[in-house]
Design a binder for this molecule. Structure first.
Ligand code: SF4
Ligand code: SF4
Length: 91
């Protein structure tokens, strides 16, 4: 038996919304900036980021700006106040 919705095209999600090629870095209003001198690599930001866009660098943790959505959770949770949220430049 064929499922009644088996003919859904590959480019539609289950709620039939067209997928977009945009990444959060294309529309983000604020971006987190890590102060490398303050970062102690505790990884708290990495644990709290809801989209796994914190990456480990040799001496600090940094942000993947393509996928970061600018929610600010990492800045709120950093116990060393090493992350500042700054406005993105206006296009
Ligand atoms: S939470 Fe703050 S101090 Fe800890 S790794 Fe992230 S930026 Fe560095
Ligand atoms: S602003 Fe949000 S999405 Fe971006 S790195 Fe911080 S927690 Fe992750």
């Amino acid at each position: 038996m064929t499922h009644p919705r088996a003919n859904i095209p590959d480019n539609l999600c289950p709620v039939a919304t067209e997928l977009s090629g945009m990444l959060p870095g294309d529309w983000r209003a604020m971006r987190p900036v890590v102060d490398r001198d303050k970062c102690v690599k505790c990884a708290v930001c990495w644990m709290f980021c809801p989209v796994q866009c914190i990456k480990e660098m040799p001496a600090w943790f940094d942000v993947n700006y393509a996928t970061c959505k600018g929610c600010g959770i990492c800045a709120n949770e950093c116990p060393h106040r090493a992350i500042a949220m700054v406005e993105e430049p206006q296009a």
